[in-house]
Design a protein around this ligand. Structure first.
Ligand SMILES: NC(=O)c1ccc[n+]([C@@H]2O[C@H](COP(=O)([O-])OP(=O)(O)OC[C@H]3O[C@@H](n4cnc5c(N)ncnc54)[C@H](OP(=O)(O)O)[C@@H]3O)[C@@H](O)[C@H]2O)c1
Length: 276
């Protein structure tokens, strides 16, 4: 992928979580293309190595680190290792999450906890631990966390994900206020629908009718392309966004301009309402 946003990054040593696939992988490859040193994080080391193979020839360096970000002890060890190597990492793109579709009526305490764990707790564990050495020193820092348009649309079938993603937005706004004076900026990017890798497989299985229903509620009439979400994330990490903090940038091709009509792919409206 070529450089999608040419304004210099604030810091060229950074961490990207969820870099073994999808949007996080796109961010890591773009950062490598710009010559950055990037710690790439996910649970599966083989997926991270695939990302490194895709970056072959890029001027930057990708360093794979396997970690389950739901575990605060593992996250502490992750950052301690990186900091021992080269001091605090001053830029972070937190793209890791896994969501699941489930009608609200079927959500149990266990499934709710699991999804809150992989959305909100991974974000808290990562962002909180990332900031700690920056707050203890004179270093500044910039972070971006991914949420989702589902948090704003009342989308059926993802009540637990919506709660987790909304929680991330609330957390980021509060800490942006508390930590802004210490030179830390933190923003949110909320993707609409980007059929990348895992989610692409799911959306590729949709019928033509399901696809046209999905794209009809997007103002530009199509799903997003990888570069169209990587660009806004890189913008948040760049000098061009130097006066932005605590903001939520929605990148959905205008999907928030239309009423929330549809359940996500793979779940029927009847299932979502519990009528199936
Ligand atoms: N694609 C879309 O249309 C879309 C729409 C709205 C929001 N988003 C958000 O954008 C972000 C990226 O989405 P994506 O489509 O790129 O998803 P993806 O391809 O599933 O990537 C998510 C990555 O997170 C990693 N991950 C999941 N749980 C983890 C954990 N506990 N610890 C460490 N790593 C973990 C996964 O790797 P391992 O399994 O190897 O750990 C995976 O590489 C997510 O926050 C997602 O909710 C995406």
């Amino acid at each position: 992928m070529s450089a999608v946003w040419s304004t210099p990054l604030v810091h060229d040593r950074m961490m990207v979580t969820g870099a073994g696939s999808g949007i996080g992988r796109g961010v890591a490859l773009e950062a490598a293309a710009r010559g950055a040193t990037v710690y790439i994080v996910g649970r599966r080391i083989e997926r991270l190595k695939e990302t490194i193979a895709l970056a072959e020839g890029a001027p930057g360096t990708l360093i794979p680190l396997a970690c389950d970000l739901t575990d605060p002890v593992a996250v502490d060890a992750l950052f301690t290792g990186v900091e021992t190597e080269g001091g605090p990492v001053q830029a972070l793109a937190h793209c890791a999450a896994s969501v699941q579709y489930q009608p609200a009526r079927e959500i149990t305490f266990e499934s709710f906890s699991q999804v809150i764990g992989t959305t909100l707790f991974t974000a808290f564990n990562t962002l909180h631990r990332w900031a700690r050495p920056l707050l203890d020193t004179e270093f500044d820092g910039v972070a971006v966390a991914l949420t989702s348009s589902v948090a704003h649309r009342g989308t059926p079938g993802v009540a637990h994900s919506s709660a987790g993603k909304s929680g991330i937005e609330g957390y980021v706004k509060s800490v942006a206020r508390e930590w802004g004076g210490s030179g830390i900026r933190m923003n949110v990017v909320g993707p609409g629908r980007f059929p990348v890798e895992k989610s692409k497989d799911m959306w590729d299985r949709l019928t033509a009718e399901e696809n046209s229903t999905g794209t009809a509620r997007i103002a530009v009439g199509r799903y997003g392309r990888l570069s169209e979400i990587v660009g806004p994330i890189m913008f948040m990490l760049s000098e061009a966004a130097g006066f932005l903090t605590g903001e939520v940038l929605h990148v959905g091709g205008g999907d928030r301009l239309t009423p929330a009509i549809g359940a996500p792919p793979g779940i029927t409206a009847a299932q979502a309402t519990g009528d199936a």
